[in-house]
Design a protein. Structure first.
Length: 237
């Protein structure tokens, strides 16, 4: 009688310990943060648990999981090292490329109101250098402005190249073209002066002439209405 009682007690203890051990295994969990490419199927394979185990522990009905969320994974065995290739059901990450930022303009550089080719910019800068070398930056801008004003005027050719290389009588309109000094490289100041003139911020009241009153030999040019004097040049229309 006593032997049967002890046997029953041992069986009951073993059953209790087995139940406790099973529950400890079933309820032990690892917190896992979902990353791109994850799915319940992959997580089940990785942790050697079933999809239903994961869903049950996380009170889920469907199979969809989302990047960044944390799931409780039942910890029954060691993590499997091998990865699978089963298609992901995780919500895709935002792979859209960010919009490129517009290039910052250099300080104090205004947007040109007139657009000309790079070769014409270079030609105009070389003319400015030849005509206004030794003049102030404002004087260089003035020379470039006269050329652009001529392009706009019906009295002159309608391109920068046409204006600079215009022939009047038996000579070029600008002496640097005649004597070849226009072929020398332009300084940085002359290049900047061209960019400034292209903004058309100050058109010098549409002046289409400039001359040095100390060296000018043409009396006709002196008859033109004077708009402004900058350094050694008189600007007129």
């Amino acid at each position: 009688m006593k032997h049967s009682y002890m046997k029953s007690m041992v069986v009951a203890c073993l059953a209790t310990l087995s139940f406790i051990g099973f529950n400890a295994t079933a309820t032990a969990a690892t917190n896992y943060k979902v990353v791109k490419g994850d799915s319940l199927w992959k997580l089940g394979k990785r942790y050697s648990v079933t999809i239903d185990d994961i869903k049950k522990l996380n009170n889920r009905q469907g199979d969809m999981i989302y990047i960044g969320e944390t799931l409780a994974i039942p910890s029954k065995t060691k993590v499997l090292a091998a990865e699978t290739t089963e298609p992901s059901t995780a919500a895709p990450a935002n792979t859209a490329k960010p919009e490129p930022k517009p290039e910052a303009k250099p300080a104090n550089q205004e947007t040109p109101a007139v657009s000309i080719s790079a070769s014409e910019k270079d030609l105009l800068a070389r003319l400015v250098e030849a005509e206004a070398k030794g003049e102030s930056y404002e004087g260089k801008v003035g020379v470039a402005t006269v050329v652009l004003n001529r392009v706009d005027s019906p009295k002159f050719p309608d391109t920068v190249t046409g204006v600079i290389k215009q022939v009047v009588g038996k000579a070029y309109a600008f002496s640097p073209v005649q004597n070849g000094s226009i072929n020398k490289s332009a300084s940085e100041d002359s290049k900047k002066a061209v960019e400034q003139a292209l903004t058309r911020k100050d058109r010098l009241d549409d002046s289409i002439y400039f001359y040095n009153p100390k060296t000018a030999t043409d009396n006709w040019i002196r008859s033109r209405a004077v708009i402004k004097t900058i350094d050694h040049h008189v600007f007129a229309k």
